[in-house]
Unconditional design. Structure first.
Length: 169
C-alpha cells in the first residue's frame, strides 16, 4: 500500500480507534462479536483508504465506513439471531476508571441502543460522539432535518425507558 494510505491508517489507529470501538459496542452485545466487528471495521477501513479523497475530514470518512461495515455485519448475522444466546451484561471496552455504577449505567444504555433499529443506532451513536446534525447528515446520507427529527424521537424513547426503570425501582 502506498505511503499515503499507510500514514492515513496510522492516523486512524492513533486518533479514531475510540469511535471504531464505540461503533462495535453499539452494534453487538457479546464480547466475542464486538472483537470480531472491531476487526472487520479495521479491515474495511484499510481496504477503503485508497478511495479516500479528503473531501471531508478523515473522522467523517471513518464514521461512514465503520457504520456501513457495522450495518452490513448486523444484516449478515440476522438469520442466525435465533441461534445466538447472549449471556451477561454489556461491558464496553472503554470503561476503565469508571465506577461500578457508571459501568452499570453505560451497560444499560448500550443494551437499550442495541434494541434500536440499526439506522437509529447509528444516529444515536454519532450524536453521543457530539457530532452536529450537519456532519451526521453527511455520514449517513440523510437530510439534516430528518436527522434532527429522528434523534429527537430516539432520545424521547430512551428517556421514557429510563423513567420506566426509575419507577420500577
Amino acid at each position: 500500500m502506498p505511503a499515503r494510505e499507510e500514514a492515513l491508517f496510522a492516523e486512524i489507529r492513533r486518533d479514531h480507534l475510540g469511535l471504531v470501538s464505540r461503533t462495535a459496542c453499539a452494534f453487538t452485545l457479546a464480547a466475542s462479536d464486538r472483537a470480531e466487528l472491531f476487526q472487520d471495521i479495521l479491515i474495511a477501513l484499510w481496504q477503503a483508504l485508497p478511495q479516500f479523497q479528503a473531501q471531508a475530514r478523515l473522522s467523517t470518512y471513518v464514521y461512514r465506513v465503520a457504520l456501513s461495515c457495522a450495518l452490513n455485519w448486523k444484516r449478515s448475522r440476522r438469520r442466525y439471531a435465533q441461534k445466538l444466546e447472549h449471556y451477561g451484561q454489556v461491558w464496553p471496552v472503554l470503561t476503565e476508571g469508571f465506577s461500578s455504577r457508571d459501568q452499570e449505567r453505560l451497560g444499560w444504555l448500550y443494551a437499550r441502543i442495541h434494541e434500536l433499529p440499526p439506522v437509529d443506532r447509528s444516529l444515536i451513536l454519532l450524536s453521543l460522539d457530539r457530532l452536529g446534525y450537519d456532519e451526521i447528515a453527511v455520514i449517513t446520507g440523510m437530510s439534516e432535518s430528518n436527522v434532527g427529527v429522528r434523534l429527537h424521537r430516539i432520545k424521547q424513547h430512551l428517556s421514557q425507558q429510563s423513567e420506566t426503570v426509575k419507577n420500577e425501582i
